[in-house]
Design a protein around this ligand. Structure first.
Ligand SMILES: NC(=O)c1ccc[n+]([C@@H]2O[C@H](COP(=O)([O-])OP(=O)(O)OC[C@H]3O[C@@H](n4cnc5c(N)ncnc54)[C@H](OP(=O)(O)O)[C@@H]3O)[C@@H](O)[C@H]2O)c1
Length: 341
């Protein structure tokens, strides 16, 4: 049965392919710890929908649950995905409707509509709704405005600035009138940040110690640190924070391959006291009341070419482990995605 032959009322069974975890990683995952499994989906019951996934989001946050037990063995790995309804017995979700949902790493998803969000796609590429126009861009927006409360004229430092969230955060800060410093781990990424994202200063943390680079890039200090990395990045940045500085903890990717996701030691916390620094961690889901204003602003920035987005796209479900490993190894520029044809 091809996707086009699926009955719109879901009256026949359909075959789905899913990605399973078959062995828990210790450190960097390896492709042999994952497996693609085929499974027959039953005909739809009243209220159910069948979603054909087009793009799957590959995220750092997928890594800790592979080791801590939250992702069960021999069952599908979850992630966010965007697709379209191909069969429906639910009047809220007509066939053809584009949706974002959490049933992730599979080609066909059977759902009762819980945690399925309708997206209105205009002229933009579909996958932007997992990237700059989706939860990725929203994470950057919420972290800067709701958590760090950036103001024009402030100096903002963003780590993993050439990544999905970081690249959007750095550009939003620039568009708000901040002076923006971004860090990345390679010369290519730094060139992109300078030339395409138009940051004020870029530092390659593999070239010289971050603490030294930040001293040069921000001689009078940093007002806001948007932290995607944690560990040694946080340790190096705290002493550069200005009086009443704010640190928005978005993520701690440097720790995710470690047992218990324990980071390298952060030894510079005393500077928080001397400089009255506020550190606040956040999760984007807690800020969704500002989603409408985010969407309006982001559509405008993208349409005007004020904000550029980049993606690294792998093709096919079986490539998802490679994509996750590449993400954790810093091989992506912008949003890491799997495209399903
Ligand atoms: N709070 C929330 O609601 C929320 C939502 C989404 C994402 N996040 C977090 O935001 C962060 C970025 O996520 P993303 O999806 O945008 O990923 P991403 O930045 O596109 O990709 C990860 C990047 O992190 C860097 N990296 C990887 N390992 C590193 C290490 N050991 N030390 C330093 N840098 C390392 C790499 O860039 P370099 O080559 O430059 O090192 C890599 O390209 C993650 O920590 C994630 O958990 C939080």
């Amino acid at each position: 049965l091809t996707f086009d032959q699926i009955a719109p009322d879901g009256s026949q069974p359909a075959k789905a392919r899913e990605l399973h975890l078959i062995e828990r990683p210790d450190g960097m995952p390896t492709p042999s710890q994952f497996n693609v499994v085929e499974r027959e989906l039953p005909p739809l019951e009243h209220g159910q929908i069948l979603i054909r996934n087009r793009f799957l989001s590959i995220d750092p946050a997928m890594r800790p649950p592979l080791s801590n037990g939250l992702t069960p063995l021999n069952s599908p790995i979850m992630s966010l995905a965007i697709g379209e309804i191909v069969a429906s017995r639910n009047t809220r979700f007509p066939v053809g409707q584009k949706v974002v949902h959490r049933e992730g790493l599979r080609d066909l998803a059977l759902s009762d509509g819980t945690h399925v969000d309708i997206v209105s796609v205009e002229d933009e590429p579909l996958h932007w709704h997992l990237g700059a126009l989706g939860f990725t861009g929203f994470t950057a927006y919420a972290g800067l405005f709701d958590v760090a409360r950036i103001k024009p004229g402030e100096t903002v430092f963003v780590s993993a600035a050439a990544g999905a969230v970081g690249s959007v955060a750095a550009q939003i800060a620039r568009l708000t009138g901040c002076r923006v410093i971004g860090s990345a781990g390679s010369a290519d990424k730094c060139a992109w940040l300078r030339d395409k994202a138009r940051l004020d200063q870029v530092v390659n943390y593999n070239e010289q110690p971050l603490r030294k680079s930040l001293k040069e890039a921000a001689p009078s200090g940093i007002d806001v640190y948007f932290d995607n990395v944690g560990g040694s990045h946080l340790d190096a940045t705290l002493p550069r924070m200005r009086m009443h500085g704010r640190v928005a903890i978005c993520g701690m990717i440097s720790a995710y391959n470690n047992k218990g996701a324990l980071s390298e030691g952060v030894t510079t916390l005393a500077t928080m006291m001397y400089n009255r620094i506020t550190m606040r961690a956040f999760i984007w889901q807690d800020h969704v009341t500002i989603w409408p204003q985010f969407l309006q602003a982001m559509r405008q920035w993208l349409a005007n070419g004020d904000l550029v987005t980049e993606e690294t796209i792998y093709h096919g479900l079986e490539k998802a482990p490679d994509a996750l490993i590449a993400l954790l190894s810093g091989k992506n520029l912008g949003k890491m995605l799997i495209q399903l044809d």
